[in-house]
Design a protein around this ligand. Structure first.
Ligand SMILES: [Fe+2]
Length: 389
């Protein structure tokens, strides 16, 4: 996050004695920093040593879903056709992956008392359906559909849904580098500029720090690359009395994204939301269309030779696609041309606005389809341009 936040109790000066109410025992200071000691950081104060672990065990979670025979093609799959009942950790199904990025969906049907920490990865979590409370060692963030969470590496957290009999669905994009706000959205001091599609007041920051001083046995599911471990801790993971800094989880609702429109078609970077070192993430939201006489609002055919392009369809009528549904994913590989399906270019001419919501991910390394794509594929999609001319 580009701005400073503070919750709970912290000492006036860093790295100095900070005593508990008994006046004798110390709270334990932990610096959580990025890029060594050179990037953004936060400083947390724990009731107890944060390093205490009772037991460790590797878990057999999320088997390999690689599909090495997958042809290089245009893909469309229906993520709602692949549902694994379970909590917000165990219900995840990976659809696309490369060495820097993984895209998964999860239909959450159960609550859990387990905690989750992605030790090697940063997560973007989009709430497609459902509402509830995100809980973490940095505090809580109430969530609704459309919220997009940025969860930095090593945040211990839980997604608690209000109703497990309702449809709850998350899209999870994992990155091996941090999700960042694009530099050109910020002024030289880090404040979001007037050109940015969002402002500081659009972000949902942690609140209501729980500060739970409780002992027992607490299970944290720790993800380390593709391996999962169970860490049993003797102290409650939310035993933080206070923290401050710039490194913390936050959320931003896709419906708060302020789109830009142009006289003629503007390319996807104008819809940019977050960047990483190996891919970008965009928000497509309802907007007025291009207003130059004869302008074609649908995109022209294009080959982004350095990017694989993924769209996750959220809501509304998608102006350049036929056959997609809410929860559909399309993948257009780099180095192959792609564009609107037959009839979509013509039908976009003269249209005044679009009501679509979608999340786009453009990766700089090729994405590989998994067996979950194979099992939920729209077999006609790759040939859907044959009826046009
Ligand atoms: Fe494209």
């Amino acid at each position: 996050m580009p701005h400073y936040h503070k919750l709970g109790e912290i000492p006036r000066v860093k790295h100095t004695t900070f005593y508990k109410p008994d006046g004798k025992s110390l709270y334990r200071e932990e610096l959580v920093s990025s890029k060594g000691f050179s990037g953004i950081y936060s400083t947390k104060y724990h009731y107890h040593l944060p390093t205490k672990i009772l037991r460790v065990k590797e878990l057999d979670l999320h088997k390999d879903v690689a599909w090495p025979e997958a042809p290089v093609l245009y893909y469309h799959c229906f993520t709602d056709k692949k549902q694994t009942p379970g909590d917000f950790i165990r219900s995840r199904n990976v659809f696309l992956q490369n060495e820097h990025c993984t895209m998964a969906t999860a239909h959450i049907s159960e609550d859990t008392e387990d905690f989750y920490r992605n030790a090697y990865g940063n997560e973007y979590v989009f709430v497609h359906y459902g509402s509830g409370t995100f809980k973490s060692d940095y505090g809580e963030i109430p969530f609704i559909a459309g919220d997009q969470f940025i969860i930095p590496r090593a945040v211990t957290h839980q997604f608690k849904f209000d109703d497990y009999s309702a449809k709850n669905k998350l899209l999870i994009v994992e990155s091996d580098t941090a999700f960042e706000i694009p530099r050109h959205y910020m002024c030289e001091y880090g404040q979001l500029s007037e050109n940015a599609p969002y402002s500081e007041r659009d972000f949902k920051l942690p609140e209501n720090l729980q500060s739970i001083d409780e002992s027992g046995e607490f299970r944290i599911i720790v993800k380390m690359g593709k391996r999962y471990f169970e860490h049993i801790m003797p102290d409650h993971p939310y035993g933080v009395v206070g923290w401050d800094g710039f490194l913390y989880p936050y959320a931003f609702n896709i419906k708060d994204y302020h789109p830009k429109v142009g006289r003629i078609h503007l390319p996807p970077p104008v819809h940019l939301a977050f960047t990483t070192q190996h891919f970008i993430l965009c928000n497509f939201v309802p907007r007025l269309f291009d207003f130059y006489p004869g302008a074609i609002p649908a995109p022209y055919f294009h080959s982004n030779v350095d990017s694989d392009e993924v769209l996750y369809y959220v809501e509304g009528d998608f102006m350049s696609r036929t056959g997609v549904e809410e929860g559909s994913i399309t993948l257009h590989p780099g180095g192959m041309p792609h564009g609107p399906q037959p009839g979509k270019t013509e039908s976009s001419v003269g249209a005044k606005e679009t009501k679509e919501y979608a999340v786009m991910v453009d990766t700089f390394a090729p994405l590989l389809a998994t067996t979950n794509v194979r099992d939920t594929i729209d077999k006609e999609y790759a040939k859907s341009w044959l009826s046009g001319d």
